[in-house]
Design a protein around this ligand. Structure first.
Ligand code: ADP
Ligand code: ZN
Length: 728
């Protein structure tokens, strides 16, 4: 870190889209590396960070001075290093990276004040229940200050009760800075007694955190085995060491449940960071993380870019989840960035999952990550009994998806007062058209995609290129007449069928698009868990970590749904999703059953799911990808060009494909241009190129040299996705 006296030449990284450092003069009083500053840029004032010495070469007379140094803890050197390395890895311009790290409203503004309430010294003239609750609430939280609204809510009283107590001096009223530190977490507050299996896994994790070096551990364990319980022990150790911890969750809807758990374990709630957090809380969280007033943060992937003062542990829960990959703006995978950040600040990473990604599995196999496994569910809970329903042998009327066998099983649950879940990973009304004679699915002639039946339009539509055609009467593959049938209804259509089959059952539909807010969804989930529904119809939303104690049957309507398709991760995703869904059944003391309706009971993925032979599945999947030279055994980069002019964008794509010298130098190949999965967005036509290289090849550098060869028209936009998750 260097200090610059007034007038010294400094280089400032701004959040403006200019891919270089800008030279300025240090302001009166000087500044130091990492300072957040406001600088003039043309007629505007913009946010920046003092990155180091200036480059010089400008007319010193024209050099402008930093306007002011903001009132915020300077960016640490390790954060600069992290952003730089992340930018290099993802081929993202630094300003875009810096924007991720400065997402705090009013960063650098002087702290504002707010009115807070604490326990005073006076005694009330007259005791009432409401008054007693206020006093008890304040005592419970030992000296903590509340806002009027918070206190009224926590005590369950009206604000006038509190105002009355203020008049009598029972409650004190004062102004205090808005950005209060978070209540301290107590590592010894409420830990569970771990089972011997859990303890055997917790010990090495605790030791790793204690050692204080970088390392990554894959914590694999069936749903309900106590992974959370165990990694909270590692968090406890981290807090004991006085270092900060970060827990990443894939879904905001899960945070509420998790926060309650943290409170039970550590006696107070942690800081939260995700899109559902208010501006004021965001500001507070950002500031307190940087000043050490927040020891634990629970958040979404963007929490990785918070200015931690001393980060000692990052937990990536459900590490296989696709929502960790950001695919707009800056393309990054939070799991990989967690490992990068941890390696820079000497923190430990725990990747937790019942069904790890093949990437992490391969890294563990290769010895880059340690691996710890929890095989048994906690307590009486057993992994559900998993069986296939061979749909080729079930007689189902058309436009019905619940087999007679599944129907009987659901009825049995209803009679016993237990819950059943019917799972279909399709929102809305989006089926496949399948030939019941040969199993062929109608695809688009122009894309590698299935055609989707639209009843209103009475046509088949390709969701990728928009191509439509009338429904044929013959199978294009085996030419059988009238054997084409829609398969795989959306949740809403399935709910209709369910209501017809079980007219007296209370049915709840759980699909992320049906709720206005995470809060509404969460409320709904809590009501369902309490038993206010007999049958749950859900999409993949239900597969993620929710607990339904009364649930004893999971019926997977179409286990084949994820098996086809051109995505190289289709088998992996299906395997993970099915295992997770099945994990919903029998989480407490009643045994669960999972039934999978399939037309392909002999498919290797279905067999692996049913037999529970996970290692076998991973080995087979790894061998296949290794043979194909695709991730994680090869490298890929996806390039998307977009422009309002369809001809222009295809021409440029073809030009890029022709001039692939820098890629050939590293032995990489380029495929395309092809229409992107979504061929047009908001009037912009999109084409995609795919770069494929060997594992060790310096892909980023080659891609950077490759794209630098071209002069783009202003109308063109280019995005680069290193290690893309979805590509076809
Ligand atoms: P996972 O994260 O692997 O799904 P959890 O940590 O959520 O598993 O544990 C599943 C359930 O079992 C939770 O309700 C948890 O509180 C409980 N549980 C797990 N281990 C213990 C333990 N050692 N003592 C008490 N309860 C436990
Ligand atoms: Zn198409």
């Amino acid at each position: 870190m260097s200090f610059f006296d007034q007038g010294a030449l400094i280089g400032v990284m701004t959040t403006q889209p200019l891919d270089r450092l800008l030279d300025y003069k240090a302001p009166p009083g000087g500044c130091q590396t990492g300072d957040f500053v406001e600088v003039p840029l043309g007629p505007r004032k913009v946010l920046g960070v003092v990155w180091g010495k200036g480059q010089g070469g400008y007319d010193p007379a024209k050099l402008r001075s930093v306007i002011r140094v903001l009132d915020a803890a300077p960016m640490r050197e390790e954060m600069q290093a992290f952003l730089t390395r992340a930018a290099e890895y993802t081929l993202t311009p630094m300003p875009a990276m810096l924007r991720l790290a400065t997402r705090s409203p009013g960063l650098g503004d002087p702290p504002s004040m707010r009115r807070v309430y604490r326990l005073g010294r006076g005694a009330p003239d007259r005791q009432t229940d409401a008054r007693r609750r206020v006093v008890e609430t304040l005592k419970d939280y030992g000296g903590l200050a509340f806002t009027l609204g918070e206190l009224a809510e926590a005590a369950g009283v009206s604000t006038s009760v509190i105002k009355g107590l203020v008049k009598q001096g029972v409650v004190s009223e004062e102004d205090s800075p808005r950005d209060l530190p978070y209540p301290a977490l107590d590592p010894g507050y409420g830990g569970a007694v771990l089972t011997p299996d859990q303890a055997a896994v917790a010990e090495p994790l605790i030791a790793a955190v204690r050692a204080g070096d970088y390392g990554t551990t894959l914590l694999k364990g069936v749903t309900g085995s106590g992974k959370t319980e165990v990694y909270l022990e590692a968090v406890a150790e981290c807090l004991t060491r006085g270092r900060q911890a970060l827990v990443l969750l894939p879904e905001i809807a899960l945070t509420a449940e998790f926060l309650t758990r943290v409170e039970k374990r550590f006696g107070a709630r942690p800081a939260e960071w995700h899109s559902g957090v208010t501006m004021t809380e965001r500001r507070r969280a950002w500031r307190m993380v940087s000043e050490g007033g927040a020891s634990l943060v629970v958040g979404a992937r963007s929490a990785l870019f918070l200015p931690f003062r001393d980060l000692g542990l990052i937990v990536v829960d459900e590490e296989h989840d696709t929502s960790y990959k950001q695919e707009d703006g800056v393309f990054y995978n939070a799991r990989d960035m967690a490992v990068l950040r941890a390696s820079i600040c000497s923190a430990h990473v725990i990747l937790a999952s019942a069904t790890p990604s093949l990437e992490s599995w391969a890294n563990a196999e290769a010895g880059k990550y340690s691996r710890l496994t929890l095989d048994a569910r906690f307590g009486a809970a057993q992994m559900p009994d998993m069986r296939a329903i061979d749909m080729r042998g079930e007689t189902l009327p058309s436009s019905r998806w619940i087999s007679p066998r599944l129907q009987r099983e659901v009825e049995a649950r209803l009679e016993r007062g237990e819950q059943a879940l019917l799972f279909i990973n399709r929102r809305g009304y989006a089926p496949i058209t399948l030939c019941r004679a040969c199993g062929h699915q109608i695809g688009c002639d122009h894309c590698d995609a299935r055609m989707v039946e639209h009843r209103f339009l009475k046509r088949l539509v390709c969701h990728q290129c928009g191509e439509t055609k009338p429904m044929p009467s013959q199978c294009p593959s085996c030419e059988a007449e009238d054997r084409l049938a829609p398969v795989g209804p959306g949740v809403e259509r399935l709910a209709e069928e369910t209501a017809g089959l079980f007219p007296d059952a209370r049915i709840a539909v759980l699909s992320s698009d049906l709720y206005g807010s995470a809060r509404a969804l969460k409320k709904h989930i809590v009501r369902i868990a309490e038993g206010q529904a007999d049958i749950i119809i859900g999409t993949q939303l239900v597969a993620k970590g929710h607990n339904f104690p009364l649930l004893t049957l999971v019926g997977v309507i179409d286990a084949d749904l994820g098996l086809q398709g051109s995505d190289l991760r289709a088998a992996e995703r299906t395997f993970q999703l099915m295992r997770q869904v099945a994990g919903r059944a029998g989480r407490s003391d009643r045994p669960g059953t999972a039934l999978m309706q399939t037309y392909q009971p002999d498919h290797p993925v279905i067999r692996a799911i049913l037999s529970g032979d996970e290692e076998g599945f991973w080995r087979a999947e790894a061998a296949e990808r290794q043979a194909a030279g695709v991730p994680p055994f090869g490298r890929m980069a996806g390039i998307v060009l977009s422009s309002p002019n369809v001809q222009e964008v295809f021409d440029l794509g073809a030009e890029m494909a022709r001039n692939d010298g820098p890629l050939r130098q590293i032995g990489a190949q380029v495929f395309g241009p092809a229409p992107a999965p979504i061929a047009r967005i908001r009037g912009r036509h999109r084409v995609r190129l795919l770069v494929k290289a060997d594992k060790g090849a310096p892909v980023q550098a080659a891609v950077a040299r490759w794209v630098a060869q071209f002069k783009w028209p202003a109308s063109l936009r280019l995005s680069i996705d290193i290690d893309p998750q979805s590509f076809y």
